[in-house]
Design a protein around this ligand. Structure first.
Ligand SMILES: [Zn+2]
Length: 265
């Protein structure tokens, strides 16, 4: 079974003692690449350092929309510097968030466009977070993205088909996390059944979003991406092995630098 976890936060403090075992367990079930995603200048630096230890891991560097207001004056310049490193495979996590109210909206949109511009400049894809802001996200992406030559992923996608289709039309990939496995998320599985097969990705968003049937096990970890993949396969009426092939190929197409690891073909 081939698997790629396209979104994990392995520099979260919950993994500080266990990261080697966590990575080994993932490799044990066939996870052949992991994108380790930063959320601040400091965590982006840590992500870069961590992935240097694992040939099948790459980093995403950026400032998460919930942390923009905490960034210091030279943090963005440091992110731009990190983005030049060959172990960096994506720009993010960036995006918009109306659920948490801490970061002013203007700060969020300012940083979001900076990430898109940096992705354009470095020819790297963006990793987009969107929470409780469907209309604003579609409006922002529709306005800003066409100004740049940038592709990316809507990570942990949980919105409607209408939002999904708008993102697809803009060239974005759609990544599903543990929510896809939750009993109540029938509408989300319906969305997942309609996404073009060459735009589907899976992720864990570790340490968050533990999938069924291990929802109570925390922290979540990349080895459990197989559960989300299984549900996606059922939804699409194909075997898990086939869906593993499809999502792995898609991951390497969107994130070419992820494919450079020792376990990759
Ligand atoms: Zn994340």
């Amino acid at each position: 079974m081939r698997l790629v976890d396209t979104h994990a936060h392995l520099c979260d403090e919950q993994f500080s003692e266990t990261v080697d075992q966590v990575v080994a367990r993932a490799q044990g079930v066939g996870v052949e690449a992991i994108l380790n995603v930063g959320t601040t200048r400091a965590s982006s630096e840590e992500c870069v350092e961590l992935v240097k230890r694992f040939p099948h891991m790459r980093a995403a560097v950026g400032i998460h929309p919930n942390y923009g207001h905490l960034a210091e004056a030279d943090d963005w310049a440091k992110i731009e510097k990190l983005a030049e490193l060959p172990v960096v495979a994506a720009i993010g996590e960036t995006g918009l968030d109306r659920y948490w109210q801490d970061c002013p909206w203007e700060t969020q949109t300012d940083y979001f466009e900076r990430h898109i511009a940096l992705a354009h400049k470095t020819s790297l894809p963006i990793v987009v977070h969107s929470r409780d802001c469907d209309a604003e996200m579609v409006a922002f992406l529709s306005t800003i993205l066409p100004r740049y030559n940038v592709k990316g992923v809507m990570h942990s996608f949980v919105s409607t088909w209408e939002v999904c289709r708008a993102c697809l039309d803009l060239g974005m990939y759609i990544s599903f996390a543990g929510q896809l496995t939750y009993k109540k998320q029938t509408a989300l599985r319906e969305v997942a059944s309609k996404v073009p097969v060459d735009r589907l990705l899976v992720e864990t968003d570790s340490p968050y979003l533990s999938p069924e049937p291990q929802r109570s096990l925390r922290p979540n970890e990349p080895a459990r991406v197989c559960h989300t993949l299984d549900v996606l396969a059922q939804t699409r009426l194909v075997s898990p092995e086939k869906m593993g092939e499809i999502t792995t190929e898609n991951a390497y197409r969107l994130f070419p630098r992820l494919a450079g690891g020792q376990n990759a073909p």
